[in-house]
Design a protein around this ligand. Structure first.
Ligand code: GTP
Ligand code: SPV
Ligand code: MN
Length: 594
């Protein structure tokens, strides 16, 4: 085995992995094109990958996971802190020593006959002030190739860690036999350690993403005074050439990738507006030298929801994965030309194969071709609207934080919080209808999901909310991002979405930005500041001012019910919930009282 570092802490740890997992062979991932290509070829030869049409989809591959392993498993995700209180009531908890023992017993010897790949990876640009490094050992080429797309990997990472540092995250992935009863996604925040056991699904095993960049990082962020959030980052370029940035937190499968890459409506394009994507899922946020908050995207690619992505809804995402070097997981295939297909794309193949590998006629079948949580993995560099600031080591200044979720009835299209503390309450009280992004829960049920971080806070939720309040106190009021809530998913009585969404969401973002600059008035309501209906531009839409009015109604009776739900939720979080949030709840109650 050719080692790529002399760092003793790394070599010692890799040796413990070899002793435990007992691979036949160890391969260090240097990240070279040749090495990655050889791995792809090997995966094709074993059937792990299917190579797609090289002319139409250069360097693109298809992969199927075990049908029992198609989304994150929140009920099998554990935070292993010395005490249960540190993990808090929203996380599953396991005693750290017991968790090691249990996982080690499951994975011991599971690499026999296999190769261990050692992936050095970086979250954020290598060597940049925000960067943090990790190593993940895996027995899956699929994991190596995906990590190569969504993180920065290889020799340069080991060089950046250097010969002496012990400041890196230790990650162990073992595919085992995909036994759902023995599947564990465990984080030990005190040890900066991650285990992914008996899974090969992205969010469980591409450890840079949710395990590290959110669960482990949120814990580091609290200690070090910054924030790790489940937020997209986008820039709006105005016709005068100025660009303003916002970040937005929506729960899984609630529209982050779509918003991050939105294409402005035609009359905005004609006027010279542009939207630039900095990130579509995760933000690391710090106070900059000028006292404002700055956000970076620690990832290097996109792991996006496939179904619903098309040239109308999100052309930039489709172009990102079509232009090459992408991986498609659990989608359907068109066997005539060996390309991918999923719901929401035109021309369902007659001669197709569904995500399970069964013959599938998209013209006649009533079954879905692609799994609802099927995904594409695409390099950020492929994205036509990638921001020039994507690799800016210092990040971009944040003007607004936007929260949102799927609420058929309650939340208006957009509203603004009265101040930071109220904004933290709005984020803390967020609820959203559940989606297919997590296994083992009913889809479409409203659940509380503070800051869209419920499955990703690596410590106690009440303490996390306190950290949000503390961050606000560190920033002068005039430099604090303004906080908003949006709801693209409000439905009319017939169950249709009331707002066209997607590119037209820019119309709402422009109101948000105008509010940040004090350029537009608002209506004060019991829940915060709402737009005057005529201030949301509907030019060119099949929507009237009355429709907008209907999307902006605040139904006090519904909000009274909501307040009860929020109180119950806060109580379930225990006594670490900051008093300030109960004060905000009391204000809401008073405002919506009969
Ligand atoms: P994760 O990758 O799981 O974190 O998801 P995400 O938040 O990035 O969600 P994504 O943008 O992939 O969207 C998920 C689903 O929501 C897709 O099926 C979209 O078609 C749908 N969606 C996104 N934006 C809108 C919108 O503005 N309106 C409506 N009606 N649907 C939307
Ligand atoms: C999410 O579920 O929020 C995702 C996909 O972004 S996963 O990587 O599976 O977490
Ligand atoms: Mn996500």
């Amino acid at each position: 085995m050719e080692k790529l570092t002399n760092n003793k802490s790394i070599l010692d740890w890799v040796q413990t992995r070899i002793d435990l997992l007992q691979p036949d062979k160890v391969v260090w991932i240097d990240g070279s094109k040749e090495q990655i290509q050889a791995l792809k070829d090997e995966a094709v030869s074993t059937g792990e990958f299917i190579k797609l049409n090289e002319e139409k989809l250069p360097d693109c591959y298809f992969h199927r996971t075990n049908p029992n392993d198609v989304a994150r498993v929140e009920d099998r995700t554990f935070i292993c802190t010395p005490t249960k209180e540190e993990a808090g009531p929203l996380n599953n908890w396991m005693d750290p020593d017991e968790a090691y023992k249990m996982c080690d017993d499951i994975i011991r010897g599971s690499y026999k006959g296999k190769t261990m790949y050692v992936i050095p990876y970086s979250m954020c640009k290598v060597g940049s002030p925000f960067a943090k490094y990790g190593l993940e050992v895996t027995d899956s080429i699929y994991v190596v190739c995906n990590m190569n797309i969504i993180t920065r990997i290889g020799q340069r990472v080991l060089d950046a860690i250097g010969p002496d540092s012990t400041d890196w995250i230790k990650g162990t992935h073992a595919s085992c036999n995909s036994d759902p009863e023995k599947r564990y996604i465990n984080q030990w925040p005190q040890d900066n350690t991650i285990y992914s056991v008996n899974s090969c699904y992205g969010g469980n095993v591409l450890q840079g993403k949710k395990c590290f960049a959110l669960r482990i990082a949120s814990n580091l962020a609290r200690q070090e005074g910054w924030q790790a959030e489940h937020m997209l980052i986008l820039g709006i370029e105005y016709p005068n050439g100025e660009t303003k940035y916002l970040t937005a937190a929506f729960p899984s499968a609630c529209g982050k990738t779509n918003l991050a890459m939105l294409v402005p409506p035609k009359h905005y394009v004609d006027k010279g507006y542009k939207v630039w994507c900095v990130g579509d899922d995760i933000s690391w946020i710090r106070k900059g030298p000028d006292g404002r908050l700055y956000a970076v995207n620690p990832e290097y690619g996109f792991f996006g929801v496939a179904p619903g992505t098309n040239m109308q809804s999100n052309p930039n995402a489709l172009l990102s994965c079509r232009s090459g070097s992408s991986i498609f997981t659990n989608v359907a295939r068109n066997l005539d030309d060996n390309t991918f297909w999923w719901e929401g794309m035109p021309d369902a193949p007659e001669n197709g194969e569904d995500w399970l590998g069964n013959p599938w006629n998209g013209k006649t079948s009533t079954e879905k071709g692609a799994y609802p949580n099927s995904r594409f993995t695409a390099p950020a560099k492929n994205c036509p609207c990638l921001s020039s600031e994507f690799e800016n080591p210092n990040g971009v200044p944040v003007s607004a934080f936007v929260f949102g979720g799927r609420r058929a009835k309650l939340a208006p299209l957009v509203y603004q919080a009265r101040n930071w503390q109220h904004g933290v309450f709005v984020g803390a009280a967020m609820g959203s209808e559940t989606t297919a992004a997590a296994q083992g829960q009913k889809v479409g049920v409203v659940r509380h999901d503070p800051m869209a971080m419920r499955p990703f806070i690596g410590y106690d939720c009440g303490t996390y909310l306190q950290h949000w309040l503390d961050m606000g106190k560190k920033i002068d009021e005039d430099k604090q991002p303004k906080i908003f809530n949006v709801n693209w998913f409000r439905k009319d009585d017939e169950g249709h979405f009331m707002w066209p969404g997607f590119g037209d969401n820019l119309r709402v973002l422009l109101w948000i930005m105008d509010r940040c600059e004090g350029k537009v008035d608002a209506v004060e309501t019991p829940i915060g500041y709402l737009p005057k209906p005529e201030d949301i531009d509907i030019d060119g839409l099949d929507v009237t001012v009355d429709d907008v009015k209907a999307m902006l109604t605040v139904d006090k009776a519904l909000w009274r019910e909501e307040a009860d739900g929020i109180e119950e939720f806060f109580k379930s979080l225990g006594d670490t919930v900051p008093q300030e949030l109960y004060d905000e709840l009391a204000t809401l109650r008073a405002n919506v009282a009969e």
